[in-house]
Design a protein around this ligand. Structure first.
Ligand SMILES: O=C(O)CCC(=O)C(=O)O
Length: 291
């Protein structure tokens, strides 16, 4: 159970790390499934519906940057969202009715795992209200060395920043142009099984993993059920099938939050990594090992 103090910290700072939220047995099941899924990347010559590949990927020496939509691949990824400990946090931060928006697993492999440039998730999927967060399940021990997610506390209360380049959405923002100070970033670290929660408007990113240790981060986006997407709504049945707890509703709660539409769509499609290749000024260095 998280405390009221932790809830207050989340509301104030826009993030929260809960240590060891996922138990060893579930963690071990997750890791086993990830190994099995990754075997499917061998032989691939380009990105697929399941895999987003590192620039240095080769069919005979696979390098996967991201597993897309893990929840659609194995039920264990759904189990993570429905543990009593996870439901306790989700309902305290989002209310009794919670829907999953999506999931992804960022591998950030030892030695070359790609950086993710600064951004707000909100720039990708604005909704009618911002009671939305991303969950980051640490499948490995995450330290300062292996590319932890970095967050800028309090930015969830600020503007929605420009995530465009050359007139198109690019999924990244220029921290300097936004007047933000990267040295104020806080790293979300913890032993494997720890979980970070960050508000959908919080500015965050992460550096390349130049260390010798993996940093797999299993991410889920979850929303209060009355937050309805302003883009990419598919159909009601599919929408409601993603409920994690509580009841769905057809009455969106509409609040005055700053929105910029992710349109026209990014020049490079497929993943945030591809979207962000369009930016002029990279903040995080990319070494020769990752190119
Ligand atoms: O993997 C990370 O460190 C950052 C993840 C992230 O922000 C994203 O994929 O949107």
């Amino acid at each position: 159970m998280i405390t009221q103090q932790q809830v207050d910290f989340y509301r104030e700072s826009g993030y929260l790390v809960v240590e060891s939220l996922i138990d060893a047995a579930l963690l071990s099941r997750l890791r086993g499934v990830v190994v099995d899924v990754l075997a499917g990347a061998r032989g691939l010559t380009t990105h697929s519906d399941v895999f987003d590949l590192e620039p240095t990927h080769r069919p005979e020496a696979p390098r996967v940057r991201r597993i897309k939509k893990p929840h659609a691949l194995n039920p264990v990824f759904g189990d993570v969202l429905r543990t009593p400990a996870m439901l306790d946090v989700l309902t305290k931060l989002l209310g009794p009715d919670v829907r999953m928006h999506g999931s992804k697993l960022n591998l950030k492999s030892a030695g070359f795992g790609s950086p993710v440039e600064w951004h707000q998730d909100w720039a990708f999927y604005p909704h009618t209200n911002d009671d939305i967060l991303a969950i980051g399940v640490m499948l490995d021990d995450v330290t300062m060395e292996n590319g932890p997610m970095l967050v800028l506390p309090g930015t969830h209360r600020g503007p929605t920043y420009d995530h465009h380049a050359d007139g198109r959405f690019c999924g990244a923002m220029d921290l300097v142009a936004a007047g933000l100070d990267g040295s104020k970033a806080v790293a979300c670290t913890g032993p494997a099984g720890s979980v970070s929660f960050h508000h959908v408007r919080l500015v965050h990113g992460s550096a390349e993993n130049t260390s010798t240790r993996e940093r797999q981060l299993l991410l889920y986006e979850c929303a209060a059920a009355d937050a309805w997407p302003l883009v990419n709504f598919t159909n009601l049945e599919e929408f409601d099938s993603r409920m994690i707890c509580g009841r769905p509703t057809i009455e969106p709660r509409v609040v005055p939050v700053p929105v910029r539409m992710p349109l026209p769509p990014a020049l490079h499609q497929g993943s945030i990594y591809e979207n962000q290749t369009a930016i002029a000024n990279r903040f995080f260095k990319v070494t020769a090992a990752a190119t």
